[in-house]
Design a protein around this ligand. Sequence first.
Ligand code: HEM
Length: 400
Amino acid sequence: MILGVGVSFNPMDPEFVADPYPTYRRLRDDDPVHQSPLGFWVLTRYDDVVAALRDPRLAKEAIAAFVAARLGTTPSAGTTLSMLDRDPPDHTRLRGLVSKAFTPRVVEGLRPRIQSIVDGLLARVARARSMDLIEDFAYPIPVVVICEMLGVPVEDHERFKGWGLDLARGLDAVLLPPDSGVAERSLAARRALAEYFRGLIATRRASPRGDLLSALIAAEEAGDKLNEDELLATCILLLIAGHETTVNLIGNGTLALLRHPEQLRRLREEPGLIGTAVEELLRYDGPVQRTARIPSMDLTIGGREIRKGEMVMPFIGAADRDPAQFADPDRLDIGRSENRHIAFGWGIHFCLGAPLARVEGQIALNTLVQKLPELALATDRPEYRQSLTLRGLKTLPVTF
Ligand code: HEM
């Protein structure tokens, strides 16, 4: 569709899904606080996105009712909202219960285990000298790690893989026609996951272990800290966040390196750059492209008046390519030192799993680059998953 001063923004266009960055640039230049005829505001400037994410007037809990009204359903029927979708004080309480498990110090202790998972996956494909980097490498790493942390039997993952995909797709429900079926499938997946966790919680209640699930059950049993529905919502959020994001850091990151052979060579020669390299890959082509907020009162962003109850979408992917914030933003520079990217968000909902995702990304990419000197793309046009919220590849065939 053509809008205003010739800015075209159709999030369902396959061209946009394959490469959203030219559209972001046009929006940022010509209409940075864009009122989409699809029924929401699109923010593409770094300063506006950061300001929105740190503004307590732009809240989360109203989103459920907004989406339900769009789809003609009851707000979050049959489910409780997780911390990601809650406002203080509930957000603060729920986040506090699990934050200790994800501190940089705890996550550093996981390095040897993550390295052995990564080495094991490469050993399995060593003879074939080819793999689907997504299926065989990027996906299993975060899945095994989060299952082990939570205490979910990793052999069950085939069961919740499909549910994870349906839930991830459900993040786009508000952008799709109400009859797309996406919202219904997402709700069904959430219910199936809740059922799955109910069974597991019963087992762990009877014989607790040293895992995060047992710790959460203990918090629930202690009384006023979290109720059973919140316990389920927390487990589902951690399992799915651990499934649907880091895979795309590893997938998008590998693709970006393969498309910039001089940067790949640089990383191979200077493995010490892996820290800044992962930050740059997060900025350059991040797994989470956008989020959403709803103002609790009328307010002004970039000179445009936004009414209470309207939906605002801060586009992280666009902010992270804003030339007002990043020098030469479309250039991949794995040594970039000025890099206050917002791939993990900003403010009170800043990604709880960021330290874990960083360590997983660093170990996975560094091992790949160092151990596979012949690594090469086996396709010209990798296909992206159809999603406006999460950016990731369906498959990435490589040889080595
Ligand atoms: C590269 C991988 C990842 C990226 C790019 C990412 C990105 C994000 C972003 C942008 C948010 C904020 C959303 C908003 O403001 O609406 C967020 C929140 C969150 N992420 Fe991540 N994430 C990643 C990995 C993980 C992992 C591995 C976990 C845990 C296992 C995780 C757990 C969470 C949780 C629990 C929240 C909600 C925090 C809150 O509401 O206070 N994430 N993530």
